[in-house]
Design a protein around this ligand. Structure first.
Ligand code: PNW
Length: 485
């Protein structure tokens, strides 16, 4: 049995959880009044998804929800991070679909009954297609629609849900969806991607404001236990040759575009000046209206950090080696690196997951520590996603022995502990993902679950990594967990 290195005790109240997203697990794409999201629509375009998989059924969580909550309980999770589907709650964005909201209300009740803290994300990439038809996130009006949708969800669940996340990884749903064309809505227009980024920031600010006001009026005396934040995917951009100014500048650009373009409007109320220089003439400044940045920089109760890997970066063209990531889809592709399309991602020879992402656990420690040093007003951090895809096989004994995923999770949890030792204020860790699921442009081919899903029968089986995670949770709770928030 693998020996976990000696770790410091976890801070009291440290939250152990797992995460999923509506479009990746629910299925029931056209049931009980749900209409198309951009992912339902995009997935039907020829070549959009590897092997033509659709999210229509996903892992049928919509029907198996009570069973899935029992699984969480067996694993000993303290919290479950899930998202609500805008296209289920307000399908065409005009009317509230109460049947859709009922589902989330039942989920929240099941979770509370099982002593699992519901951690709700309002936007995990599944915009109603009806809004995309009006320009989607390139249309400023979508930000105001989002605040209305947030209000609708809060109106139904705000009496029981205390932890609210506005957006999951706005980078992916703007740059990868609108510039690279690899995610829904599949557009390849750099200017549109920057407009989408800004409008998602604005939507976040408007929604935080709205939720705070609703919380104050819902709870007597204005005292709420609500915690409101956002989740960003943050990636260390490591210059491949730190003594080469060309590589250094490439890494600075990628850091600005992938990390600071999201962190700084939220935390500092301004886009980074070097980013604005890099992006001159690309249209970002054209969509900023006076007062937007003040609105965007609402105080946050937490920052969710999704982290999977670092990227080594070079400003030199290949063939100094490329990341070599196979494109999952056959549709036309462009670069997600708006204004830095020339940057390359050389290999450092580290082991890789089946997503072709580097495994380098210390990158998570570095990231968590550096955020605190870089931003003195940083709110508490939660690792809201971390995990790995590997090609699992079911053994003749019926078990799923996934030593690579188990090692990945253990090593990253160790990195979180070390980051806390080094001064980072990290208060929780959520493994991605509870279940194998619809991995966006890759379809069902990539499995991230700590629980295996048989895509023919729907059967769930806890993998060795799930058992190991469960053991980590129970050991840490037994020694230090006090149940305090
Ligand atoms: C996240 N990258 O997306 C999402 O929040 C999940 O829905 C997703 O299933 C999970 O990570 C695994 O992919 C990412 O290129 C997409 O570094 C791309 C990257 C990272 C995260």
């Amino acid at each position: 049995m693998f020996q976990q290195p000696e770790l410091s005790p976890w801070p009291s109240g440290f939250i152990w959880g797992s995460a999923t997203a509506a479009a990746q697990i629910e299925g029931a794409a056209h049931e009980d009044g749900k209409e198309d999201s951009i992912w339902d629509h995009f997935a039907r375009l020829p070549g959009a998804i590897a092997s033509g998989d659709l999210p229509e059924q996903a892992v049928d969580h919509y029907h198996r929800m009570p069973e899935d909550v029992q699984l969480m309980k067996r694993l000993g999770l303290g919290s479950y991070r899930f998202s609500t589907s805008w296209a289920r709650v307000k399908p065409g964005d005009r009317f509230v679909n109460h049947a859709g909201l009922d589902f989330y209300s039942r989920l929240v009740d099941e979770l509370l009954e099982a002593d699992i803290l519901p951690w709700l994300t309002l936007y995990h990439w599944d915009l109603p297609q009806a809004l995309e038809d009006q320009g989607g996130w390139t249309n400023r009006d979508t930000a105001y629609r989002f605040a209305d949708y947030a209000e609708t969800v809060y109106g139904r669940l705000g009496d029981r849900v205390t932890h609210w996340t506005t957006f999951n990884e706005p980078l992916c749903s703007s740059l990868i969806g609108y510039a690279a064309g690899e995610h829904a809505p599949g557009r390849t227009e750099p200017r549109a991607a920057l407009a989408a980024t800004h409008h998602q920031h604005l939507a976040h600010g408007l929604a935080v404001n709205r939720l705070r006001h609703l919380g104050a009026s819902l709870h007597a005396g204005g005292e709420t236990s609500d915690r409101i934040g956002i989740t960003l995917n943050l990636t260390n951009a490591v210059p491949i040759d730190p003594s080469d100014p060309v590589d250094l500048d490439a890494a600075r650009r990628i850091d600005a575009l992938w990390n600071r373009m999201y962190l700084e409007p939220l935390l500092l109320g301004a886009y980074p000046p070097d980013l604005l220089r890099d992006l001159q003439g690309q249209g970002l400044e054209d969509v900023i209206v006076e007062g937007d940045l003040e609105l965007i920089a609402q105080p946050l109760d937490f920052l969710g950090v999704n982290h999977y890997h670092d990227d080594a970066v070079s400003g030199h063209p290949e063939p100094r080696g490329s990341r070599g990531a196979a494109q999952p889809t056959a549709r036309p592709k462009a670069s997600p690196f708006v204004g830095s399309e020339f940057v390359t991602f050389p290999s450092r020879g580290l082991p890789r997951t089946s997503m072709d992402w580097e495994v380098n656990p210390d990158g998570l420690r570095t990231l968590l520590v550096r955020l605190g040093l870089q931003y003195p007003n940083l709110p508490p951090l939660y690792v809201t996603e971390n995990g790995a895809a590997y090609d699992d096989a079911v053994s003749p004994d019926g078990c799923i022995h996934d030593p690579e995923r188990t090692a990945y999770i253990r090593a990253h949890i160790t990195a979180v502990s070390r980051a806390i030792d080094d001064g980072a204020d990290v208060r929780g860790y959520f493994v991605w993902s509870l279940l194998d699921n619809f991995e966006w442009a890759w379809g069902y081919e990539k499995r991230f679950g700590v629980v295996r899903v048989d895509y023919t029968t729907g059967e769930r089986t806890i993998k060795d990594s799930g058992l190991a995670y469960s053991e980590i949770i129970s050991k840490s709770s037994a020694s230090v967990y006090t149940g305090e928030d």
